[in-house]
Design a binder for this molecule. Sequence first.
Ligand SMILES: O=C(O)CCC(=O)C(=O)O
Length: 280
Amino acid sequence: MAQLTTLDRETPVDDLLAVLHRDGGVIVRDLLTDDQRQAIVDDLAPSLEATAPGSRSGLEQWELFHGSQTIRFCGLAARSRAFVDHALLHPLLSEVVGRELLSGCADYWLNTGQVMAVGPGERAQYLHRDENNWPEAVNPEREITISCMFALSDFTQDNGATVVVPGTQDLPPGLVRGYDVVEADLAYAEMPAGAGMLYSGKVIHGAGSNATETWRYGMHVSFVVGWLRPEEASPLQVDRERAADLPERARQLLGWSSYHSDAGGRTWLVDFEDASRLFS
Ligand SMILES: O=C(O)CCC(=O)C(=O)O
């Protein structure tokens, strides 16, 4: 079976990036302290309780992708201040995302913050590459999206730990839906609660199957280059009043500011001005 490497939180970022570039994903222990993790879990508990498993989209492909026994919801910054403070603004995650994305953009923003709670009996999700959400923007030379799967509970092979095919970030770009692979090529992101797996938008992966009686509680947080439209419409969920209470960097990541390309282009403006003026 293939393996993923697990590193300590204190590992120098260059070493962590070397593993990320080699394998397409790397697990980091203790990304969240117990208190931080518990605060996020507590904030999100009412939403988890209120959300039924499965997709309500009516789109066959989307329903297959989401899984019938998996609870998913977004809008985490609107639901949890702890999410903002400990995940959205996570210092190590910010550093890694900056190192990976800023060679192709002037700034990045949140793609999506998403609970992915895989329930008992769930089947494995089909393998895919996150960057294929934007086929027009995929570029073999650079990343357009970087993700972190935070383990809010222990992740094991049996309970649905994310399945990764290490090294596939280096395959040529293309639409991968249900990548054909032998078991020996698969690695399972087994990690204790509080750890997280950082992974490339190019690496082939998917949620594992859950053969246990308990829930695998994951929280996916991903970022995209600032000139690309994210999966989640964050400013439509985090309203202006709530945004006003958040740190400036959180507002920027959530789309309450504008994008200025290094070549002078300006987008996502409010009356020709940077959207952050709404808060001055
Ligand atoms: O839940 C997981 O482990 C991964 C899910 C995933 O890759 C996705 O839904 O895009």
